[in-house]
Design a protein. Structure first.
Length: 282
């Protein structure tokens, strides 16, 4: 949907729109009592229709949501699999690969990125309109010991944790301009995650039993969660950030739990005990 301003005639994008039938009393439009993720056209209290901005389709499983249905990406050592959260259906993203220890996703460009620990290289895969996979090598040199990857979907860069050099690496999706950001407080870095919108990165250190926060340029490192906190902290091998709800999640493979905290480290709590297995990535 677009709108043209009277004063300038400039066409601007519209991201939300509600159309309310003027004959209905206040609060009685279908849009007032039903939640549309994108556009809402309300005709009466019981009659409304959700729509999405140009180029975005309505979700196949939920007519109030826009875009693709949310999925969980998980990896085996030789494949990456997407599970639809609502239907539980698994789809193989790519197989015939090796050494997968970490997976990330570029939401704007629909690119899946993974860390190949056997070759110490960073790989990606995209798909054309016919569904054919195009696998690319993003970075194959200069990595000593690759542990995890994450994607900056704003600047189109890939970040990785190099446990050998005790640093965070940064490279463009095209493989250009690789650089290393030294972790000044790390002795045995074990996991890494990005909070892209706030330009913050997190990393865990298994020897120091601490989770650190820093700028995405590596500046202003600070410890936010330590082994002296209520739950204790031992060996964090998996970490991720909920970009929408501003939450940090991690898995401690020695203490066998999954925990969460606010992005400043406050309100840390165990949300799941791991009794039968441990999380190597999340």
């Amino acid at each position: 949907a677009v709108v043209s301003t009277q004063s300038t005639g400039m066409t601007i994008g519209v991201y939300d729109l509600v159309v309310v039938n003027a004959t209905e009393p206040d609060g009685q439009s279908g849009c007032e009592v039903n939640s549309c993720e994108g556009l809402c056209f309300g005709f009466s209290a019981l009659n409304y229709k959700c729509a999405c901005e140009d180029g975005v389709e309505i979700s196949q499983s939920n007519s109030s949501r826009c875009g693709q249905d949310p999925v969980i990406l998980r990896s085996t050592r030789d494949s990456i699999i997407a599970r639809d959260i609502h239907t539980g259906v698994d789809t193989t993203v790519i197989d015939g690969i090796s050494g997968v220890v970490s997976v990330a996703y570029h939401i704007r460009k629909d690119i899946t990125v993974w860390a190949d620990s056997l070759g110490d290289k960073i790989m990606s895969v995209t798909f054309d309109d016919a569904g054919n996979a195009e696998k690319k090598e993003i970075l194959v040199h200069g990595i000593e010991s690759l542990k995890s990857v994450d994607v900056d979907y704003i600047t189109d860069k890939v970040y990785w944790l190099d446990t050998g050099t005790k640093s965070i690496g940064v490279v463009h999706l095209t493989g250009s301009y690789p650089m290393l950001l030294p972790l000044h407080n790390a002795t045995s870095p074990s996991a890494m995650a990005l909070f892209v919108r706030e330009r913050v990165l997190f990393f865990a250190d298994s020897s120091l039993q601490t989770i650190f926060r820093a700028g995405m340029d590596g500046s202003a490192e600070e410890a936010i969660i330590t082994s002296t906190d209520t739950m204790g902290l031992s060996n964090v091998l998996a970490m991720t950030v909920d970009q929408q709800h501003n939450m940090l999640f991690w898995a401690d493979t020695n203490a066998d739990y999954v925990a969460s905290a606010n992005i400043d480290g406050s309100n840390a709590m165990i949300i799941q005990e791991l009794t039968t297995s441990y999380a190597a990535a999340m």
